[in-house]
Structure formats: C-alpha cells, structure tokens
Write a protein that binds this ligand. Sequence first.
Ligand SMILES: O=C(O)CCC(=O)C(=O)O
Ligand SMILES: [Fe+2]
Length: 330
Amino acid sequence: MPIRSEPPLVSPPTPVPTLDELEIEGNVGKIAPDKLRWMPSFPADTPAEVLRNEFETNGVVHVKGVIPREYFETMAETGILKEGTDPTLGIFCGGNPTDFVSADTAKYVDDNPVAKRHIALVFEAVQSDWAKAFCENEHILNFVHKFKPDWAEPFCFKRQIWRSNIPNSEGSTTGVHYDHIFLRGGPPIALTAWVPVGDVHPLQGGLIYLEDSIPVARKIEDGFTAQGRAKGFGKEDALSAFNSNMGVAGMLSRDAGEFQAQYAEGRRWMVANYEAGDVVFHHSFSIHASTTNRDPDGVIRLSADLRYADREHPYDDRWDRAPYHAGDGL
Ligand SMILES: O=C(O)CCC(=O)C(=O)O
Ligand SMILES: [Fe+2]
C-alpha cells in the first residue's frame, strides 16, 4: 500500500491549534491548557537507543512515518460513511452514534440491528487475512525489534482491536488505564503499538498520554495487588481486569481530567497530532486515555491497537487464543 503523502482533504486543512486554543475533552469535561503539553515525536530513522531510552523513561514514543494506511473501504458497507465521499477519508454519515459503537463497547449493545451489523463487520474484519498481515507487517516489527532487542521471536497477539470512534459521540472515550491491567497473565513487558489509521489531529479523539506515568502506574498496580491479597483473591480474580478492586470496564477513571486531579501529582497529559503512517509505541505501564472526537469535518477516528510479546519470554496467552470478540472476558 502506498504512503499517501498529500492527504486529499474535503475541506481546507484544519490548522493544528495551539495548546491554549485546544479544547480537549474527556467524558466529563474539558482539560485546561495548563494541564496539557505536546508529546514529543521522533522520525522513523531515530537511533534505536534514543527510542528505547524514551520508551523506558517516558513510557511512550510517537514515531513518525512508520507505515502505510488504508482501511475505510472495508467499513463502507456498514453505512457508517457519508455516501459519495472517498471511503479512505472516513467521513461519518451523521447518523445515530449509538448505531456505530466501537467493537470494544459492543458488549453494551442489545437489540440495535444497525449496531449489530456494524459490530459483525468489525469482528469479521479483525479475523481477515488483511488484518493479520497488517499486525505482522515488517514496518512495525522492525520497531518492535528496536524497542525489544532481547526478544528472540516477537509476535503480535491474535487479539488485536480496531476502533472507529465517531464524532460527537458523548461518553464514548476510552477511559484512563495502563495496558497491564488487561494483560496481567504475563509480566508487564508487552509492547503496544497504537496505530492511527489516517490522520488523527488533536481534536479527533486520539490517545493522550500522561507524562512520566510509569511510576504512577506501578504504584497503582502494587496497590491493586495488595488489595487482592488482603481479600484472598484466587488466580483468576488476581489476573482479571474486572475484579472487585477495579473500576468500570477495568478503567482507573472514565475521565482524564478527573484522574489527573486525583493521581497525577502535577503531571500533564501529552497530546499529539498523529498523521497517517505514524505509530505510537507504549509501555504496559504507560497511562493513557482517549478524548472526545470533535472533528469539525465529521471525520471518524480509526485506529488499531496491536500488542506484541515474545515467544521466548512469558506472556499473557489469554490474548493469543482467538481474535477479539465481544464477551471474551478480556
Ligand atoms: O484507541 C483507543 O481509544 C484506546 C487504545 C488503547 O488504549 C491502546 O491501544 O492501548
Ligand atoms: Fe491502552
């Protein structure tokens, strides 16, 4: 797939606003500009030691220009896209947002036939050869080797997640979490590649990362472990992201601003302007969340979360049993 160097735009490019102008929202409200900073980004040819150092100290590395893009064609059949627009632009049809819930919120959908069709297609897509090849593409794997030089046989978990986050869908942001909450069946060494598919500018509801968050996450996780021990948790409960110590859907908070006020000790949320081809690599203890998609042109935020581990190191094999499906308990 070719890298699209000149994205065809439906309207003049949205200028990237300054931090003061940004209106970044969680599920509850706006995050003040002084609680935000820009996330550094690194060109794809940055020396591996520099990338690794950033990964180990800051927990997240935004790498520019890693891979090609293209996915929206497969979604056109769901009716999610505006008729007559180029599917690769991902323009939302403007319909009822709850008809197009993301695959990860599928568990909350009961009898909505439109939503069911959309979800069925998403599940079909994640099982396709195309999605598998995407997950295993050499561009990302090259970087997995850079971040994890001691991994002999890196692989991508079968359970990869594709998310379509539509504009102005209230209460649908990904809550605050670190990935190890969901990957407790292995040590906290799994590597996540969060892949914006198409450009995701700061108002389009992409991920925000808490600066220097690894120590914060470790402390929280140690607290959960201690609480579990005190309650006499068995193995299954101890590994579960949904045990009685955890918040709704395993999240630390449903709102980035609220979490920050409570736990961040002055750390800011890092926002970024993601462009097609970029990949963000993050540590299992990197704290992140998504924001509300307020794209002025109605563009859907499409992204994939791909997670990597090594056959020669212990890993959470619950994630490698089957492709993502609703009700898989993870
Ligand atoms: O894209 C999202 O909203 C969440 C992604 C995520 O949490 C991850 O890739 O680890
Ligand atoms: Fe995550």
